[in-house]
Write a protein that binds this ligand. Sequence first.
Ligand code: NDP
Length: 486
Amino acid sequence: MDIEISMKIKNYINGEYVNPISDNWIDNYNPSIGEVYGQLPDSNSQDVEIAYKAAEAAFRGWSETTLDERSKILSKIAKLIIAKLPELAMAEAKDNGKPVRVAKSIDIPRASANFQFFANAITQFASEAHESVGQNAINFTLRQPIGVVGCISPWNLPLYLFTWKIAPAIAAGNCVVAKPSEITPMTAYLLGEILTEAGLPKGVLNIIHGLGTTTGQAIVEHPNIKAISFTGGTKTGAHIAKVAAPMFKKLSLELGGKNPAIIFSDCDYNEMLQTTVRSSFANQGQICLCGSRIFVEASLYQKFKTDFIAAVSKLKVGSPFNNNTDIGALVSKTHLNKVKSYIDKAEQYGGNVIFGGNIVSVHDSEDGYYLEPTIIEVDDNSCILNQDEIFGPIVTIMSFNDENEVLAMANDVNYGLSATLWTNDLKRTMRVSKQLEVGIVWVNTWLLRDLRTPFGGVKSSGVGREGGFEALRFFTEPKNICIKYN
Ligand code: NDP
């Protein structure tokens, strides 16, 4: 697993690394130094068609393998990811700009856990039976794999989210045409080698690189790719839904978020403070689950503001390859410019930058895309800063007076992915959690994940749920079989 500076990433189709048919290539950037370090295929619909054909040919054999066999192969992939953790983590940091420390402790272990989890889950997956009492009939639900499915993932947690889709898809017996983000293709490319080594039959998983608007679009438009699991922006999700709807494709859409962190004065203060720094700025704030709108009860507000600024000022912005870096580079120049534009217009949008806000020049990496963690004070939840998903190291803070007020503000947004609630009052926990319009509520914690739980959002944050048996249900088609026995 050698990552050459000038290397060309290839598509992985039918178990082989291949060039794109057009021989067109896209530059791949290292955001920590702002330089091109390789190229990836600019695949088109012909490449997608070849991948589809390979997947279609593999489907029958793969769907008939025993659960034990599938489970063993998935486990092997999980183990190989761990065996190659240092190389994969370096590749992720270089491609994405995230601290290598984070890739080592979170991204790559989780990619492995995704395969291991579904290796186990598929052996426990069951469906219902219903006896039609008095009619001498028994119904049972047969859950069959769908066929060839498409998986499309974003750049923020590249291998982590790519495998979160692929693992349940293949565990359930489907064959896959998958596309990682063109901005972070490297670890998905390296996964091909692992799949081969693990003995995954050819054609079961095909990885195609290219632009969303061509490669991604070709996957969504393909008439015989019957389901699409997509994670990415809300605008792209809406477009995909529009393309897929007339073909009646099954869709799982995991989209953007603008998540509230609600802090009541009775919380465990130190734990809240430490976790809120993390929930605001982990992965440079580029996690759909980051708590980007912080609401603090008025009686605690001034203390929180002072302590939060002090804690955030300790975060070190720097090269992803330094072990003491907390905030690495943003993923691309375009994204840096987008995020910075919100800071530049903060005042116009009704905000007051109370910490950070500047581009950072990192020694020996002066052209990298670094930005200070930034805190903006606002006094109106309807302002753009509290309504747009900025997806960078920026949080807003504002105070609230009571539970009803903060609930109204938390819900007054188009998104509905997650919320974080800090309180020790059990009755309030239940009252507020029930009324929050989100798919996930974390109480006195953040991003504590149990892979068995349903994961996803409401409103503009998406449709459907991933995780646990929900993912296996998505990737199978239920068929009712009714047997009369008299
Ligand atoms: P995008 O929507 O831009 O892209 C996501 C993926 O879709 C990429 O692989 C992209 O390819 C591809 N794509 C783009 N256009 C099309 C198209 N027309 N047809 C098919 N595929 C297409 O999102 P980002 O990569 O910018 O990711 C950030 C977004 O993802 C944020 O909004 C974030 O909230 C969301 N997200 C949601 C999560 C959730 O679980 N709810 C988790 C993580 C992120 P390419 O990159 O090559 O353009």
